[in-house]
Ligand binder design. Structure first.
Ligand code: ATP
Length: 271
């Protein structure tokens, strides 16, 4: 599957229980009995995850090492860290798109992964068709489909765009439509990989505000948001900071902000 098709598949279709069975979402070297079960108030939990890639020379290169995290239900958490530290890889493991070599994880389902390129997120001709695209598998009445689509678009502030051709949307609006698609499918966890990378400042703030509103008005939806932009931290309930394949700091947004600023200051003093 090419990356565009994978993006479309993953972002528009919630990764539900049936998918997850096929994709070995819960991988462990330990016995199933020892696996960590998510408690009612924890949406995402991972312990000691490891993930390696094999080079063409047959060498194993570790990407995630002893990586643990815990995110409470109904909250927006941000995942930060330097380029190449493993943020996207961790997200893909949590989505079930990559199988870890070790460790345990549990993510509430259904869950949905949205990629950073807005042009990979929407493919149907209109906003309404796009958001309802993933609902075909549920055998819902037309009224129920319309109700879910309207509610999801309302949550992301796109209710008045129902009949708009998707090619007329800005990048941020496309990302919001992708999030609405996941909401319409009643996803409990949104795994969002640098959605604002390709967006201008106005669109960037529009997406993060729409997401924050979505979590406020939805019942028990949790989001993890990978970003490099410190200004987005003000919208977070909590944040994780990764380095070299593992989460090294966890806390409220101001704690992580101070931690990163101190790191940046010491880097500039040394160089
Ligand atoms: N399929 C792959 N083959 C080889 N190396 C890979 C592969 N996938 C990831 N990597 C490497 O793994 C490391 C972590 O990549 P990842 O994309 O998870 O980092 P990231 O923290 O999301 O980076 P960025 O902030 O730059 O997007 C990088 O060094 C990357 O080059």
């Amino acid at each position: 599957m090419d990356s565009s098709a994978l993006s479309r598949f993953s972002s528009i279709h919630c990764l539900n229980s049936a998918d997850s069975d096929k994709r070995s979402h819960f991988f462990t070297r330990r016995s199933a009995a020892a696996a960590t079960a998510a408690t009612a108030d924890v949406a995402i939990e991972a312990q000691n995850l490891s993930f390696s890639i094999a080079t063409q020379q047959g060498k194993s290169v570790p990407i995630l090492q002893d990586c643990s995290l815990r995110i409470p239900s109904g909250q927006l958490w941000m995942l930060l860290g330097p380029n190449g530290c493993g943020k996207s890889t961790l997200l893909k493991v949590l989505a079930g798109l990559l199988n870890p070599n070790g460790g345990t994880f549990n993510v509430k389902r259904p869950k949905s992964f949205v990629f950073q390129n807005p042009d990979h997120q929407v493919v149907m001709p209109t906003v309404e068709a796009d958001v309802s695209f993933g609902l075909g598998k549920f055998d819902l009445s037309n009224d129920e489909v319309r109700r879910r689509v309207a509610k999801a678009l309302d949550a992301v502030g796109m209710a008045s765009y129902m009949q708009r051709p998707v090619q007329t949307l800005s990048g941020g609006q496309k990302q919001r439509v992708a999030i609405a698609g996941a909401l319409a499918e009643a996803c409990k966890v949104l795994l969002l990989d640098e959605l604002t990378t390709f967006l201008d400042e106005k669109d960037q703030i529009g997406v993060i505000k729409a997401l924050k509103n979505t979590l406020d008005v939805s019942d028990d939806v949790t989001a993890i948001w990978v970003t490099h932009r410190l200004e987005e931290l003000e919208y977070a309930d909590g944040a994780l900071y990764m380095e070299e394949g593992k989460v090294i700091k966890r806390g409220d947004a101001s704690r992580i902000m101070n931690f990163i600023k101190a790191k940046q200051a010491s880097y500039f003093l040394r160089n």
